[in-house]
Write a protein that binds this ligand. Structure first.
Ligand code: SF4
Ligand code: SF4
Length: 56
């Protein structure tokens, strides 16, 4: 199971992008998104201040 960022929750702070070990997170439009490289480590969910990344 990979993680996804809930668009309606993400405040685009960018904290998760810097903490993803496989660089699977990037800005897509107004918010951040996770691509298929995600290894489900959970680091983005741990660091996100608003709980936007969730396991799919
Ligand atoms: S769960 Fe881990 S690998 Fe997947 S996007 Fe978040 S930080 Fe990156
Ligand atoms: S840490 Fe959370 S709020 Fe910040 S860009 Fe990532 S998903 Fe969005």
């Amino acid at each position: 199971m990979a993680y996804v960022i809930e668009e309606s929750v993400c405040i685009a702070c960018g904290a998760c992008e810097d903490n993803c070990p496989v660089n699977a997170i990037s800005m897509q439009g107004d918010v951040y998104a996770i691509n298929d490289d995600c290894i489900s480590c959970g680091a983005c969910a741990d660091i996100c201040p608003v709980g936007a990344p969730v396991e799919e």
